[in-house]
Design a protein. Structure first.
Length: 105
C-alpha cells in the first residue's frame, strides 16, 4: 500500500501530527467573568503600584501571595478588605503573573 493512501498508518500519523501542530491558542475559552474580575484587580493594583513592579518580583513571591489570598477565601473571608475585590480574583491574578514570568524567562 502506498504510504499516501487514505488508509495508510503513515499518512494518518503525519496528518495527526500536522493537526496537533496547527492547534491555536484559544483565549476565547477563558471564563469571561474571571477575566473581568481579574481586570478589576489589575486596575486596583495599577493605581496602588503604578509601573508594573510585579514584573520585578519572583515567581515564588507571586505564588505565596496567591496562596495567601486563597487561604483568606478558604477561611470565609471572601472579599479583600483593601480592594473590595474577591480574594479568588486576587489569587488568579497572582497565578497569572507567575505564569507570565515563567513563560517569558
Amino acid at each position: 500500500m502506498n504510504c499516501w493512501h487514505r488508509d495508510s498508518p503513515v499518512r494518518k500519523a503525519i496528518y495527526a501530527e500536522a493537526v496537533a501542530k496547527a492547534q491555536k491558542s484559544r483565549p476565547d475559552l477563558f471564563p469571561s467573568k474571571a477575566m473581568l474580575l481579574s481586570g478589576d484587580v489589575l486596575a486596583f493594583g495599577d493605581k496602588k503600584h503604578p509601573g508594573a513592579p510585579w514584573l520585578k518580583m519572583s515567581i515564588a513571591d507571586h505564588l505565596a501571595a496567591s496562596q495567601r489570598h486563597y487561604l483568606q477565601w478558604q477561611t470565609g473571608d471572601v472579599v479583600d478588605s483593601e480592594s473590595g475585590k474577591s480574594h479568588l480574583a486576587h489569587a488568579l491574578v497572582r497565578l497569572a503573573m507567575a505564569v507570565e514570568l515563567e513563560a517569558t524567562s
